[in-house]
Design a binder for this molecule. Structure first.
Ligand code: GTP
Ligand code: MG
Length: 339
């Protein structure tokens, strides 16, 4: 799961990247500021930690999100990401978040329009030789997108059928990517009114957002583990803003978690809400998907309530689910398959 950090030059993208991936100053200082960088973040997970007491695994594997920091303003370099995290430079005097969000959307919209502009003439040529249904649908869908974009509306607000979605997936339109917003505030400057404006504007647009004191959080990342706890206590906070952001990202992307317990490893798997058992099996291994028989499933809450796997079995709380079963957040799944 990869998320690109976007925002106007100097809005604090790299500072957010450092804070969220908890890289130290030494690590980030050695990075070339003109190149994109990747950093993985573990998703802290209370349920996974609790599973440790049930299964006593040697290894506990957390779900991860990879953040990508792009230098300056290079949205054309964004590829293969599932979502965008947009940073607003409130600390540096951006007093009108609504305008910033709309200006950024204009950039996405222009980038998407140019993709369509390139594709349509080539597609028309292809259609002369090959007028299969998909190509026709592709053309119709692109025209629909084009019309929408020309009204200055991001594609994330356009409803498409599953088939339409499929034919345009490859274009990776930026204005259609799930988006959430961080308002980068200066920890020493009251910005309540601007943050409220951001929240109101995001609410209206159906975008999730939060304030984030990037510089302060980046400084926290530089502290030793032991100093960190003392520092947070001094500030009177239990959860760093960084933990909040990671959770926000997870929710904004519509992800849920299922767990597998295999041999010495207990592992958290992030999947989109609505994922079926057969799709989830494919995330683990194509063999498990191909040879899928049943998914033996118990939800974390049921296991936690009854205290042990043995008792859960006695009480018949484990269910054998078929291919089309929709995974629930917190399911612990043992895939039965034959190869
Ligand atoms: N006071 C304050 N300064 C900040 C904050 N966030 C970033 N800065 C400063 O703003 C400057 C730009 O921050 P960067 O994180 O490099 O911004 P960027 O978006 O990555 O910049 P480009 O990649 O060049 O577009 C740096 O000097 C940061 O120290 C903040 O929350 N508070
Ligand atoms: Mg930068």
């Amino acid at each position: 799961m990869k998320i690109a950090i976007v925002g106007f030059p100097g809005c604090g993208k790299s500072t957010c990247f450092k804070a969220i991936t908890q890289k130290t100053k030494n690590e980030t200082d050695s990075l070339d500021p003109t190149k994109p960088h990747l950093g993985a973040v573990k998703i802290l997970d209370r349920k996974l930690e609790k599973l440790k007491t049930f299964f006593n695994p040697k290894k506990l594997t957390y779900a991860e999100i990879v953040f990508e920091d792009l230098p300056g303003f290079h949205i054309h370099q964004i590829k293969e990401v599932e979502a965008l995290m947009e940073v607003l430079g409130i600390f540096s005097g951006s007093r009108d978040p609504e305008k910033d969000i709309e200006d950024m959307d204009v950039e996405f919209i222009l980038a998407d329009l140019s993709v369509i502009d390139h594709r349509l003439p080539a597609l028309d040529k292809e259609l002369k030789q090959d007028s299969r249904r998909e190509k026709i649908l592709e053309r119709e869908t692109l025209l629909k997108c084009n019309e929408f974009l020309e009204k200055n509306t991001p594609l994330r607000n356009l409803g498409l059928t599953a088939d339409e979605e499929k034919v345009i997936r490859g274009f990776q339109f930026l204005s259609r990517k799930p988006l959430f917003i961080l308002g980068n505030i200066d920890e020493n400057q009251a910005a309540g009114d601007v943050v409220r404006k951001m929240e109101d504007s995001c609410k209206e647009k159906g975008i999730k957002c939060t304030e984030f004191p990037a510089k302060l959080e980046a400084e926290i990342a530089d502290l030793e583990e032991s100093e960190r706890a003392a520092f947070l206590k001094e500030l009177g906070i239990s959860e760093t803003a960084r933990d909040r952001v990671v959770k926000l990202a997870y929710d904004a992307l519509g992800y849920i978690t299922f767990f597998t317990v295999k041999g010495s490893e207990t592992k958290a798997w992030p999947v989109k809400s609505g994922t079926t058992a057969i799709e989830a099996a494919g995330k683990i291994h194509s063999d498990i998907q191909k040879g899928f028989i049943k998914a033996e499933t118990i939800n974390f809450d049921d296991l936690a309530a009854c205290g042990s796997m043995q008792d859960a079995r006695k009480k018949a709380l484990l269910k054998l689910e078929g291919k089309e079963y929709k995974i629930k957040d917190g399911d612990i799944i043992d895939f039965r398959f034959s190869v």
